[in-house]
Design a protein around this ligand. Sequence first.
Ligand SMILES: [Zn+2]
Length: 418
Amino acid sequence: MNTASLKKWFRALAPIGALPEGGVTRLAYSAEEDLMFGATAGIARQIGLSVTEDCAGNMFISFPGREKEPCHLIGSHLDSVPGGGRFDGVAGVLAALLVMDKIRKNGEDLPVRAAAFRAEESSLYGLATAGSGVVAGSVNIAHLKNARSLSGESLYDAMIRKGYAPGACRLEHALDFMELHIEQGRVLFEAKEPLGVVTAIAAPTRLKATVLGRQDHSGATPMDLRKDALCAAAEIILATEAAGRDEMRFATVATVGVADVVPNALNVVPGSVELRIDIRGIRRESIRRTVGKVQRAIEEIAASRDLSCTTETLSSMDPVTLAPSMIDSLSEAASETGVPFRKMASGAGHDAMKIAPVVPTGMLFIPCDEGISHNSAENASLNDVALGAEVLLKSIRLRRLSIEKTNAETPRRTESAP
Ligand SMILES: [Zn+2]
């Protein structure tokens, strides 16, 4: 793989949305995201590739004349969170360009297309993987109209403002899809392994728990006469942690990330607390068990402290299992490179989870330093991006071989039929 080109491309994109304090801000459907798409299209054209756009503004990069041919699709996204890193998403799009550049230089006859999806991050409109979701058919107009930024603009209006027509197209001419992405966790970094083949993408179930105690004077209320909502909430937080730890072997995790204390004053016994609980996993049964344990713990804690507590399910999504055929070809390709790799689940959501129900989908992780992402300190190695691109290319070659083998076998069977 041509790491010199990769470095040049990466440097060309780096100033877009760059912040003085480090990191980048390239929000969905913003001027900065447009600049990322424009610059990436420029790189693609420079290396002799053609560029098209779909109804949501997603970009497809093809070998000229092969735009409508069924192709192996590879790619990721180009937007970022506010103050995000330069590798999240970008690594996957540049890896795809690297693969196509190599195929073109080799003169290989491989049908491959690169994809850059819009609006993967939910930071601005509160809806993640919107670009891929629209063309996969799982994000509809109502979802887009309900997703609003703080200024009140809906994601639907943002797409219209940019001249797109969400709902007017579907993903076309894709045989399968692969996404290279930084892990955004510390498993590969700690294990010093440069590659991870993703088997499944976790999905979150989100709960809101409201603890209602009694707001009292913190000086005048004896300890045995209190209904302290925050003390109950503290027990719930620990019970959530314990429920997650009980399911560790299934890679399920449980987190209380938000605690709103009312009135949040030094001299007042807290009257109520609202907790937001995020439970994620790749096994439906394990997620269900964890949610059940948390809900039972909340009831028991409320009863033992004689205060009331209500829970509400804010959202519940199913985990996505990636295609075994894609996991196999990526694993075989990774083995061929001779570097250590592991099969692993993704705790974070990605465009791949939106494309997975439409065509066979695989995902490849590379490490990021200390597992840090969605942070200006995010960093990864361009050598790992190039290594990942090599695995993507090898994997596509393996997929071609198996398709050609199937095609060669099919007529023989027909001939031998009576
Ligand atoms: Zn990403």
